[in-house]
Ligand binder design. Structure first.
Ligand code: NDP
Ligand code: 8X3
Length: 260
C-alpha cells in the first residue's frame, strides 16, 4: 500500500524558489502540513501562499540559513513550537557559486558551496532527527546532483560538494537502518530554476545560455519525483534516483536545437 501523505508534516529547506518551492506546492497538493525555510523571506512567503492554494492543510515558514549552525538550531526550536513529529525532511537548500577552474576560483565560492550543500545537509539532518518519527514510512530526501556522479571543468567544488552529499546519504542509510526512517538522494541533471542565475551571480544572459536550444528538466519534474519517493509503500526505499532531461545524454553531450 502506498504511504499516505495526507496530513503528514513535511519540512523543506530552500523553499523560496526552484525545486523547493515546487516541492512545497506538490506536497501541498497532497494535503500535507508544511514547514518551509530559506533566507529570502518575501519569496518564502510567496511560496507558502502558493502551497496553501495548492491544498496544504497548514503552511508555516521561518528564516533559515543552512550555512549557520545557530540559524539551523533557531529554526528547529521554531519547528518545536509547531509539531513534535516530522514525517518527511527534504534537504534541498544549496546550489553552485561560480564556474571557475581551480586555478582561479575563490575561497568565498568554495566555502559557500561546501557550507550549504554539505554541512547544511548534515546540520539540518542532525537538527531534525529527534523529530523524525521512528515509524515505518518517514523519509529523509536529500537533493544531490548529476554533478555528484560526473565531474566537469569549473565544477570541482560543486561536484565535490554533491559527491559529499551522496556519501552523507549513504552513511545515513546505514546509521538509520532499523529505525524505519527511509533515506534517499535525488540527483537531477540540467534543470531550469534560479540555479544558473545564482551560479553566475545574477548574469541573466549567461544563465539563459545554459538552457539555450535544449529542453531541461523543470522544478515541477523534480518535485513530482520527491512526492513519488515519499509516497512509496513504507517498506520501499528509493536509495538513489538520477533524473535527467532527454536532451542530456551525458554531462558533456546535451542536444541543442539550432535557433529557428
Ligand atoms: P534555486 O536557486 O532556484 O533554489 C535554491 C534554493 O536554495 C533557494 O530557495 C535558496 O533560498 C536556497 N538556499 C541556498 N542557499 C541556502 C542557505 N544557505 N540556506 C537556506 N537556503 C538556501 O535552485 P534549484 O531549485 O535548482 O536548487 C535546489 C537544489 O537542487 C540545490 O541543492 C541545487 O544544488 C540542486 N540541483 C539543482 C540542479 C539544477 O540544474 N537546477 C540540478 C541538480 C541539483 P534563499 O536564497 O532564499 O535562501
Ligand atoms: C546542477 C546540475 O550539471 O549544472 O546540479 O551541475 S549541473
Amino acid at each position: 500500500m502506498n504511504y499516505d501523505l495526507h496530513s503528514k508534516w513535511v519540512l523543506i529547506t530552500g523553499a523560496s524558489s526552484g525545486f523547493g518551492a515546487a516541492a512545497a506546492r506538490a506536497f501541498g497538493a497532497k494535503g500535507c502540513r508544511l514547514l518551509l525555510g530559506a533566507r529570502r523571506l518575501d519569496r518564502l512567503q510567496a511560496s507558502a501562499e502558493a502551497a496553501k492554494a495548492a491544498g496544504a492543510i497548514e503552511v508555516w515558514h521561518h528564516p533559515l540559513d543552512v550555512a549557520s549552525t545557530a540559524s539551523v538550531n533557531n529554526f528547529m526550536a521554531w519547528v518545536a513550537t509547531k509539531t513534535q513529529g516530522l514525517d518527511v525532511l527534504i534537504n534541498n537548500a544549496g546550489g553552485a557559486h561560480g564556474l571557475d577552474p581551480v586555478a582561479t576560483a575563490t575561497d568565498a565560492d568554495w566555502e559557500a558551496m561546501l557550507q550549504s550543500n554539505v554541512l547544511g545537509v548534515l546540520r539540518m539532518t542532525r537538527g531534525a532527527l529527534p523529530f523524525l518519527r521512528k515509524s515505518e514510512g518517514s523519509s529523509i530526501i536529500n537533493i544531490g546532483s548529476y554533478a555528484g556522479h560526473v565531474a566537469y571543468e569549473g565544477g570541482a567544488a560543486y561536484c565535490a560538494a554533491k559527491a559529499g552529499e551522496r556519501k552523507i546519504t549513504q552513511a545515513l542509510r546505514l546509521e538509520l537502518s532499523g529505525t524505519g526512517i527511509r533515506v534517499s538522494t535525488v540527483d537531477p541533471g540540467l534543470a531550469e530554476t534560479e540555479f544558473s542565475l545564482v551560479r553566475f551571480k545574477g548574469d541573466t544572459a549567461r544563465a539563459t545560455k545554459t538552457y539555450e536550444g535544449t529542453q531541461p528538466l523543470t522544478a515541477d519534474d523534480v518535485a513530482e519525483t520527491l512526492v513519488w519517493i515519499a509516497g512509496r509503500p513504507a517498506h520501499v526505499n528509493i536509495d538513489e534516483l538520477l533524473i535527467k532531461c532527454v536532451d542530456q545524454a551525458a554531462m558533456h553531450k546535451v542536444h541543442r536545437r539550432p535557433r529557428a
